[in-house]
Design a protein around this ligand. Structure first.
Ligand SMILES: N[C@@H](CCC(=O)N[C@@H](CS)C(=O)NCC(=O)O)C(=O)O
Length: 235
């Protein structure tokens, strides 16, 4: 049975990059439908909402090559789970040990469920601090965001990445069982921007830094990068 046509609804500078990275790693053919963020770094919601009512990226459409019937998938973790379970027919990212396979599933939930929320808060705080707001409102914004950050999100980010530093150390440079899995590809994006946002320093997290470096040397990463660069984006 032939695989469906895979169409990735991709937004520049977004989580959608890692879906391309995954599809490249699995050597699957796919099409990209490109969307661009506006001047406020928001997605063109109305356009994305034509595909799915939540209007967020990534989304993938699977089109049956015979009937033309379409299925839309959203939520990065679920998209990964679906692609891995249906299309990794050669077992490229599969772990045959049932315990390890379960751990991969855990991480597919963990990334958006636990790691991403405090990072998102920090991203919004950093955007608020840079916004062209007149004094003294800018001072109040800075005070409030600083307080929430120091009492919750910054500490939570540290808690999460300390944990990941230790897990990667115990798993020979990967998240699970010393072998590349979909979980590594999914987590690469938030870990990259932990450093990009200046929320941690690479010197303090040698295992995570090496992990990201290793991923960035993969051909699949380079191919995904080339495709987004051609669309005028970094990732
Ligand atoms: N939990 C969702 C999050 C989707 C999401 O928020 N995507 C961002 C891109 S990184 C988006 O579409 N943002 C557009 C906006 O906020 O305007 C997932 O993992 O797919």
């Amino acid at each position: 049975m032939s695989l469906p046509l895979i169409r990735v609804h991709w937004l520049n500078e977004s989580r959608a990059f890692r879906v391309l990275f995954l599809l490249e790693q699995l050597k699957l053919d796919y099409e990209i439908v490109s969307y661009r963020r506006d001047e406020n770094f928001r997605a063109p919601e109305e356009e994305l909402k034509k595909i799915h009512p939540l209007g967020r990226a990534p989304m993938i459409e699977l089109e049956d090559r015979t009937t033309g019937e379409k299925k839309v998938l959203v939520e990065s973790g679920y998209i990964f789970q679906y692609i891995l379970s249906h299309f990794d027919t050669d077992g490229i990212l599969k772990n045959n040990d049932p315990e390890m396979a379960e751990k991969i599933q855990y991480y597919l939930h963990y990334v958006e469920g636990s790691l991403q929320p405090p990072l998102m808060m920090e991203l919004i705080f950093s955007m608020a601090r840079k916004a062209p707001i007149p004094f003294p409102i800018s001072y109040v914004v800075s005070m409030v965001t600083g307080k929430i950050s120091s009492e919750f999100s910054a500490g939570e980010v540290k808690n999460q990445i300390d944990y990941l530093e230790s897990e990667i150390g115990k798993n020979q440079g990967f998240l699970v069982g010393g072998k590349l899995s979909g979980a590594d590809i999914l987590i690469s994006y938030p870990l990259m921007y932990v450093f990009d946002l200046g929320l941690a320093h690479k010197e303090d997290y040698p295992n995570i830094s090496k992990f990201l470096e290793d991923l960035s040397t993969l051909d699949s990463y380079a191919s995904a990068k080339r495709k987004v660069n051609a669309l005028g984006s970094d990732y």
